[in-house]
Design a protein around this ligand. Structure first.
Ligand SMILES: Cc1cc2nc3c(=O)[nH]c(=O)nc-3n(C[C@H](O)[C@H](O)[C@H](O)COP(=O)(O)O)c2cc1C
Length: 366
């Protein structure tokens, strides 16, 4: 055990983990699909962020060497080159003016910029279009909005059908697209043997929540979260936690909901839901939470229509999801409240950026 520990510390690829990171995420968008990257805090990334504050940067990258897509940024950044072994997911500055997005590994004298969050090597190869040329890559500080308007996606998992019924009731009350998360292995009986399999899956996650290997495999989900502004997660409680199957999806995609409105509905037999709420906050760390989660249990499941209606009113859902058709409004006829430039209502003013408050454009810089 000690030998393994020493060995991994000496691994060049893990040196990066020791570096300070920025709270500001980098969004990388390719063909309408966005993923976040965590940025290291160094002179190069500070300069990059300052350039991105003036607008998104789109570059054309090409596959090379079987391990990266790379190309010219069009400007230079300060270097702190060192001989490193870049790993899959690393975002690298090469020769001061080129960006490399790694889907394999390579040893060279590089400056580290960051690391793409939570994608496996296979997912990286797909996202980065490994092997292709002339790939248009947009770098930004905010999620790229590819949808025409603000809108809502309901994401749910259901093993015995209760969450499925909740989603049907919910979507009879709001307009939303729906996506169902399914386990890859559909033969598992999570309730068998005193709910033992469900418990084992959760124990594996709890033992190592930051490792993708801890999460049970799920079917691929073909939906681009960048096109949505609001998300409602509907999920069963297992052993006072979030059902493991949904945890896999949120582990992979929760970071893409950063800065967006997210709400949670939890179905349990009778247990309280604070553990599920904690799991949701861990897996979607930068969400704008729409009020408190709704808890539906076996005693009130049949009353869910009234409960959902009341909860939607409590979280002010209709205001949050309302789209203003034209933000060029004058302040006398303006809708009251705070809106982003997509016309989507916010629960509070952003810490930085441009927003509309009671019809008046505001700009805040940090
Ligand atoms: C593996 C497993 C563990 C569960 N653990 C709990 C529990 O600790 N407390 C509880 O009240 N309900 C528990 N339940 C019951 C579910 O939370 C409840 O039946 C829920 O409505 C199921 O939603 P679904 O039908 O959409 O799968 C568990 C169910 C399973 C399958």
């Amino acid at each position: 055990m000690l030998a393994m520990f020493l060995c991994s510390c000496a691994d060049e690829g893990n040196d990066a983990m020791a570096q300070a990171t920025m709270s500001q995420k980098l969004y990388i968008t390719i063909d309408g699909v966005s993923h976040t990257a965590t940025l290291y805090d160094n002179a190069a990334t500070r300069e990059l962020v300052s350039r991105l504050e003036n607008g998104n940067i789109t570059v054309t990258l090409n596959s090379s060497g079987g391990f990266e897509i790379w190309g010219a940024l069009g400007f230079s950044l300060p270097t702190s080159n060192e001989q490193i072994t870049a790993q899959p997911g690393d975002v690298i500055l090469y020769n001061g003016s080129n960006i490399c997005l790694m889907y394999g590994s390579n040893s060279w004298s590089y400056t580290r910029l960051g690391h793409i969050d939570n994608l496996s090597e296979n997912e990286l190869r797909t996202f980065l279009k490994a092997g292709e040329s002339n790939i248009s890559v947009t770098l930004s500080l905010q999620p790229a909005s590819t949808g025409p308007d603000g809108n809502t996606l309901v994401i749910y998992y259901s093993y015995t059908g209760n969450c499925n019924e909740i989603v049907q009731t919910l979507t009879s009350q709001i307009d939303a697209d729906v996506v169902r998360i399914q386990p890859y292995d559909k033969t598992q009986q999570y309730e068998a043997n005193g709910y033992a399999i469900g418990m084992q899956l959760l124990e594996a996650i709890n033992a190592n929540p930051n490792s993708p290997d801890s999460y049970p495999a799920i079917d691929p989900v073909d939906v681009d979260l960048a096109g949505y502004d609001n998300f409602i997660i509907v999920v069963p409680l297992w052993w006072s936690q979030m059902a493991a199957i949904m945890q896999t999806y949120l582990f992979n995609h929760g970071p893409e909901m950063a800065g967006k409105n997210v709400a949670l509905i939890v179905s349990s037999h009778s247990s309280g839901i604070s553990g599920v709420v904690a799991d949701a906050k861990r897996l979607i760390p930068d969400a704008e939470w729409m009020g408190d989660a709704l808890w539906i249990n076996s005693a009130n499941h049949s009353n869910r229509a009234a409960m959902i209606e009341e909860w939607l009113a409590d979280i002010d859902y209709s205001a949050i999801s309302t789209i203003i058709d034209d933000i060029n409004i004058d302040r006398h006829s303006a809708p009251q409240g705070i809106y982003n430039l997509n016309g989507q209502r916010l629960t509070k003013a952003p810490e930085s950026g441009i927003y509309i408050e009671n019809g008046v454009k505001k700009i805040v810089t940090k």
